[in-house]
Design a protein around this ligand. Structure first.
Ligand SMILES: C[S@@+](CC[C@H](N)C(=O)[O-])C[C@H]1O[C@@H](n2cnc3c(N)ncnc32)[C@H](O)[C@@H]1O
Length: 213
C-alpha cells in the first residue's frame, strides 16, 4: 500500500478518530456498501477513474478496485488508512492518500465516479457540505456518476457526545445535485450496529446522480 501526502486533521473527524483506535479490526464492516455493490453488479467499472472521498477502512475502494476501477482513496485520518492497509493488503489500482478532502486541490472534470459515503454529515455545517459537494461535482467528468450517502434529519442522531453530525433534510441533500440527473434517490432507515455500540437507527439519504454531458 502506498500512502501519500499529509494533512491537518480538521474538526469534524474526532468521532471517527476515536472509532479507529477501538480494538476491533473493522468498525464499518468489510463488504462494500449497497450503492457500490449494486453499481458493480449492474455495469462494468473497469478502467473508470474513481475517487473514494473519506474512504475510511477502504471497503468501497477495495471492491471497486477488484472490479477494475482505478481508485484514488482519500481520508484525513491516518488511523483509518492504517486500518485500510491491514484490511486490504495490496490491492492493485488503489492509490491511498491522507488528505483533507475539503481543501485538497482536485482536477476539474477528472473522475468518472465519485463515492462520498457517510462523509458529508461529518463536516461542520450545511455550508461546508455544499462547498465540498460543489468541489466533488466540479471534479467529475461530464457523464460521470456520484454515489452519495449521508444521514438525514428525519431521525434524530441516536448517539450522545460532543461530536454531533450535520443533519440535512433529504430534499436538502437532493438540492446539492440541482442540474444533475438523479438516477436513484432513497430516504430509508438504516438499522445499524457497530462494535461497542448497541443497535440503532439512522435515516439515510442515498443518491446516485449523473453529471450532464
Ligand atoms: C463514517 S466514515 C465512512 C468511511 C467509508 N466511506 C465507509 O463508508 O466505510 C467517514 C470517514 O470520512 C473521513 N473524513 C471526515 N472528514 C474528512 C475530510 N475532511 N477529508 C477526508 N476524510 C474525511 C473520516 O476520517 C472517516 O474515515
Amino acid at each position: 500500500m502506498t500512502t501519500t501526502a499529509s494533512a491537518p486533521t480538521p474538526s469534524g473527524t474526532t468521532r471517527c478518530e476515536e472509532i479507529y483506535t477501538s480494538p476491533s479490526p473493522s468498525f464499518w464492516g468489510t463488504g462494500p456498501t449497497s450503492l457500490v455493490r449494486d453499481l458493480c453488479a449492474e455495469r462494468p467499472v473497469d478502467g473508470l477513474k474513481a475517487l473514494d472521498a473519506g474512504c475510511g477502512e477502504g471497503r468501497n475502494a477495495r471492491h471497486l478496485a477488484r472490479h477494475g476501477a482505478r481508485v484514488h482513496a482519500m481520508d484525513v485520518s491516518e488511523a483509518a488508512l492504517a486500518r485500510a492497509a491491514s484490511l486490504c493488503g495490496h490491492v492493485p489500482h488503489v492509490t491511498w492518500e491522507r488528505a483533507d478532502i475539503t481543501t485538497r486541490p482536485l482536477t476539474d472534470d477528472w473522475y468518472d465516479l465519485v463515492v462520498a459515503y457517510s462523509l458529508t454529515h461529518w463536516l461542520d455545517g450545511p455550508a461546508a457540505v455544499a462547498a465540498l459537494t460543489g468541489r466533488l461535482r466540479a471534479a467529475t467528468a461530464p457523464g460521470g456518476l456520484h454515489l452519495y450517502c449521508a444521514f438525514n434529519a428525519r431521525v434524530p442522531y441516536p448517539h450522545t457526545g460532543t461530536q454531533q453530525p450535520t443533519l440535512l433534510g433529504h430534499q436538502e441533500h437532493l438540492d446539492l445535485y440541482a442540474g444533475w440527473e438523479i438516477v436513484r434517490a432513497t430516504d430509508t432507515d438504516l438499522h445499524d450496529e457497530h462494535p461497542g455500540e448497541g443497535p440503532h437507527i439512522h435515516s439515510m439519504t442515498r443518491i446516485v446522480a449523473r453529471r450532464p454531458r
